[in-house]
Design a protein around this ligand. Structure first.
Ligand SMILES: [Fe+2]
Length: 224
């Protein structure tokens, strides 16, 4: 009996990065720099209307769970995620996730399934230690951001991830390796959405400062 091998699963094409220079060094011995390897992260901006609507809906979800205090988390119900058709959170997010998946893998997405979407409310001194997720694709977007008391001088001397870029979303892959970048930190802004592979390590160091840091995280699986 003939064995059929699915070549689409074996092709190297989807692992190939574009040889695009990310920066240039000038002067007499000028040179360009490439950084083609590593996980891909997408950033997008969600509309103010959607963010405002979600803030009220999440307020309602939290008030239904009054027993939860600082560091509150609540799973967003399907009714909230899918309400509103083309204007729903589920639909809008799915367009971004499928765009991410198709751009990074070079294949058409056949189906997308959310595992969970959940809102997280944090105040000063509540960290989310480095972790990864179990699904293909994960992401997060911000509904509220606090004032972050930042000290750049202090950041320059940090040797460990602990306490670094407090309140930022810290991505990490690899470690302290010469001629290589292994950390990227982004400051949360209301409406900013980040999509990344579920396996990519990320976390948030406990911040100092006034106000709520409210995000919605999600886990999704896709098939091609
Ligand atoms: Fe996470």
């Amino acid at each position: 009996m003939a064995v059929i091998i699915d070549n689409s699963q074996r092709a190297l094409k989807k692992y190939e990065a574009e040889p695009l220079a990310i920066k240039s060094q000038g002067g007499k011995f000028a040179q360009d720099f490439y950084s083609p390897f590593g996980p891909q992260i997408a950033k997008a901006r969600l509309s103010d209307t959607l963010i405002e609507q979600l803030n009220s809906q999440v307020d309602a979800e939290f008030s239904r769970n009054e027993s939860l205090q600082s560091g509150r988390e609540v799973i967003l119900p399907d009714s909230l995620v899918s309400a509103g058709g083309d204007a729903s959170l589920g639909y809008i997010l799915a367009q971004h996730i499928m765009g991410y998946a198709e751009e990074t893998e070079g294949q058409k997405v056949k189906s997308l399934e959310y595992e969970t979407l959940w809102a997280v409310s944090q105040y000063a001194n509540t960290p989310s230690p480095m972790h990864f997720h179990s699904t293909d694709i994960s992401g997060v977007f911000y509904l509220k951001v606090p004032e972050l008391n930042e000290s750049e001088a202090c950041e320059q001397t940090r040797n460990y991830i602990g306490g670094r870029k407090a309140g930022y979303l810290n991505f990490m892959t690899g470690g302290k390796q010469a001629f290589n970048k292994s950390l990227m930190s982004v400051k949360p802004e209301v409406g900013d959405l980040y999509i990344f592979p579920g396996w990519l390590l990320h976390g948030v160091e406990a911040f100092a400062g006034e106000g709520e840091r409210r995000s919605v995280a999600f886990n999704a699986n896709v098939t091609f």
